[in-house]
Design a protein around this ligand. Structure first.
Ligand SMILES: Cc1cc2nc3c(=O)[nH]c(=O)nc-3n(C[C@H](O)[C@H](O)[C@H](O)COP(=O)(O)OP(=O)(O)OC[C@H]3O[C@@H](n4cnc5c(N)ncnc54)[C@H](O)[C@@H]3O)c2cc1C
Length: 310
């Protein structure tokens, strides 16, 4: 728990970023979680997953941008990505995930407006080719802003997806509000370091909250997306879809690229819609550190790879 907190704190420290990204051996470990640094790398991963019957949501890595020029570059990267996805004709089987902090949400003045202005063309481009955008959820201070941007985008593009983090105390209420027809909601446990005032701190409490929120979403009228690798929660989702008589086109499982790949294939072969979250790009530091924090074994693997190299 202590290690997890330290890693999540480090994920936002520029000094640590320089140390970790400057270590040549890090790359091999990063490759397990990130599809590559370039757009062709990402497209190769999309093709390989599609061959296994797995849909994708692509994330051009980047977050916490502090100036408008960088935010515009983020938008342009997504527009280029969508342009390259079009010829693959995967439709909804290839969508994109965006972090509003990469679109300027955290700018000191008018960040919400900048993020909305810059993300809108991405949502329009996705809709034009018959697919969708999901707004990733970042730390708890951004939830109200992200849900407000979502509500605005949904007026013209109702398929725009949201992410809710079960660890937050507020999430059961948010899940109820979003469990309505046409509403796509990915439920995750939550990957950010949060204070006790905002979030459950113990794994058992987070898992129980996830199960409650999942039930709200699956019994509700929207399109639930179970974003987890947790075998117990995947099993609970399977029970709930049977109980509610949902057909495979009315829910999906979502897992991260490189994590439990065998389970991804197994669920897809069993007839469920499965979507892998595929991150790519050079700015992988924050994403990578969150993956290390989630699992002590990942950290050991990383440290071992450093030790064997030196
Ligand atoms: C599709 C998708 C999108 C996501 N989007 C967001 C988002 O927008 N905002 C956000 O805050 N969080 C997001 N997350 C991350 C999420 O919040 C969790 O941090 C992450 O999924 C780990 O939780 P878990 O449900 O897998 O359960 P855990 O209890 O952490 O893990 C259950 C099991 O899964 C496997 N596993 C989990 N994590 C790892 C790992 N890093 N490496 C290797 N094995 C692992 C292990 O076998 C572990 O025992 C997303 C997760 C997914 C799957």
């Amino acid at each position: 728990m202590l290690t997890q907190k330290a890693l999540l704190a480090a994920s936002r420290r520029p000094g640590m970023r320089r140390v970790v990204t400057g270590t040549p051996v890090t790359r091999r470990v990063v490759d397990r979680f990130v599809a590559g640094e370039t757009l062709p790398d990402a497209l190769a991963a999309v093709r390989a997953l599609a061959a296994d019957g797995i849909a994708v949501t692509l994330d051009h890595l980047g977050e916490d941008v502090t100036d408008r020029v960088e935010a515009i570059r983020g938008r342009d990267a997504y527009l280029a990505l969508l342009e390259c996805l079009a010829p693959l004709q995967l439709g909804r089987a290839a969508e994109v995930s965006v972090k509003l902090s990469a679109f300027g949400q955290a700018l000191p003045v008018g960040g919400d407006d900048v993020a909305l202005e810059l993300v809108r063309p991405v949502v329009e481009a996705a809709s034009a080719q018959g697919t969708t955008v999901t707004l990733d959820m970042e730390d708890s201070r951004t939830v109200d802003s992200t849900l407000a941007v979502l509500a605005d985008l949904r007026r013209a593009h109702p398929g725009t997806g949201a992410v809710l983090q079960a660890m937050l105390h507020r999430t059961e209420d948010d899940a109820r509000a979003l469990a309505v027809p046409g509403s796509r909601v990915r439920l995750v446990k939550g990957a950010y370091r949060e204070p006790a005032s905002a979030a459950h701190q113990e794994k058992a409490a987070v898992d129980a909250a996830y199960a409650r929120c999942l039930e709200v979403l699956v019994r509700g009228g929207g399109y639930p997306m179970a974003g987890t690798h947790d075998p117990a929660l995947i099993a609970r989702m399977l029970e709930l879809v049977v109980e509610t008589g949902r057909t495979p086109d009315s829910y999906e499982f979502q897992l991260l690229y490189g994590i439990r790949p065998g389970e991804q294939v197994r669920l897809a072969r069993a007839g469920h819609t499965v979507r892998a979250y595929v991150p790519y790009g050079a700015d992988w530091y924050g994403y990578f550190m969150r993956r290390l924090a989630e699992r002590p074994a990942n950290l050991q693997f990383f440290l071992r790879s450093l030790a064997t190299k030196s």
